[in-house]
Design a protein around this ligand. Structure first.
Ligand code: F6P
Length: 357
């Protein structure tokens, strides 16, 4: 192995640069050269868009959010369009990427991305390009790894936002609804909500009833607590309706709007002044926490180890405090949801948190 490639694909999150730096340092130790492809898999299409990554280029990047390589969740390599539906990348596109890999003499390619990007990596592996995956999910919803970098940073931000909303909510005796990311899984809402002392947490896994939320607010009033913090995951929904979508331009739909709806229902049912705050992409920006820097570094180093061992078609995975290699095929199509009868939900319930059910 003389030369390897690395790219970041899909939505960005804090910790991507820690992975890149880990890859570059570990590869440099083995006297390998690393090429970083720009804007995800798109950078592989001729004329290839890449740069040589060395220790100097990676100095001081670990603590930066985003990715120095750029990324995209659009373009020619989108393998996943929503939950469960995997699109085949056209053979012609994969062949063009393969030409780049061969012409540049790249022995293996590390793809850092979520389930969609890992689906793409798997298809490329099947087409004969030696691939290694690094799972990236701010939503923490990949079954094949206990956690991934980016999640802790998002949770820390939600918790800080709740701290801030707590003071204004209690000063005005209001209900504050905070909408957070989490399309299919409520991990960010649950962890962020618990850390920030939320009173109501609404997650996709536990469909809610507006009247139960109102009851929770009224009970707090009766107990003399005049403000309430409600965290709602963007994919949460009432038991009699599906998720809320908003139009995002050119026929594209994205989740969003449930926070405003929950706020309006609470105000109508309780008469309480209620405000909604949507955290959106603030959760994806900013510097990674120490935990995400360390996990990202470990993932990057282990991805290089997997290449050295010739374990192509595998991805790094965090399990029982160890970083291991598992087949990429195990990672895709399997979402990790919050178990509604699990310990975290039970702990929250014991803290008198309402899930609106
Ligand atoms: O999957 C990560 C995620 O941040 C989701 O939580 C969110 O719904 C989505 O990506 C937002 O995507 P985009 O950046 O394309 O708006």
């Amino acid at each position: 192995m003389q030369r390897i490639g690395v790219l970041t694909s899909g939505g960005d999150c804090p910790g991507l640069n820690a992975v890149i730096r880990g890859v570059v340092r570990a590869a440099t130790n083995r006297h390998w050269e690393v090429l970083g492809f720009h804007d995800g898999f798109e950078g592989l299409l001729p004329p290839a868009n890449y740069e040589v990554l060395d220790v100097k280029r990676c100095a001081g990047i670990m603590q930066l959010g985003g990715t120095i390589l750029g990324t995209t969740n659009r373009g020619h390599f989108v393998a996943k369009v929503g939950e469960g539906s995997v699109a085949r990348i056209p053979d012609e596109i994969i062949d063009r990427a393969k030409v780049t890999v061969q012409q540049l003499g790249i022995g293996a390619l590390i793809a850092i991305g979520g389930d969609g990007s890992l689906s793409t990596a798997l298809q490329m592996q099947e087409a004969g390009i030696p691939m290694i995956g690094v799972p990236k999910t701010i939503d923490n919803d990949l079954e094949a790894t206990a956690t991934s970098f980016g999640f802790d940073s998002a949770v820390a931000f939600v918790s800080e936002a709740l701290d801030r909303l707590h003071t204004t909510a209690s000063s005005h005796k209001r209900v504050m609804v905070i909408e957070v990311m989490g399309r299919h899984a409520g991990w960010i809402a649950l962890y962020g909500g618990l850390a920030g002392g939320a009173d109501v947490i609404l997650i996709p896994e536990i469909p809610f009833d507006y009247e139960k939320i109102a009851e929770a607010v009224r009970k707090r009033e009766a107990d003399g607590v005049l403000s309430t913090l409600v965290v709602v995951a963007e994919g949460a929904h009432p038991h009699d309706r599906g998720e809320l979508y908003r139009k995002a331009g050119s026929g594209e739909y994205k989740l969003g709007g449930i926070g405003e709806q929950v706020a309006a229902e609470i105000a109508a049912r309780t008469g309480k002044e209620t405000r909604c705050c949507v955290l959106g992409h603030l959760q994806r920006g900013g510097n990674p926490t120490t935990l995400d820097r360390i996990l990202g570094t470990r993932f990057g180093v282990h991805a290089v180890d997997l290449i050295a061992e010739g374990r192509f078609g595998e991805m790094v995975s965090y399990q029982n405090y160890q970083v291991l290699g598992v087949p990429i095929s195990h990672a895709v199509h399997k979402l990790k949801r919050v178990p509604s009868d699990g310990q975290m939900v039970a702990t929250a319930r014991a803290m008198a948190v309402s899930f609106g059910d």
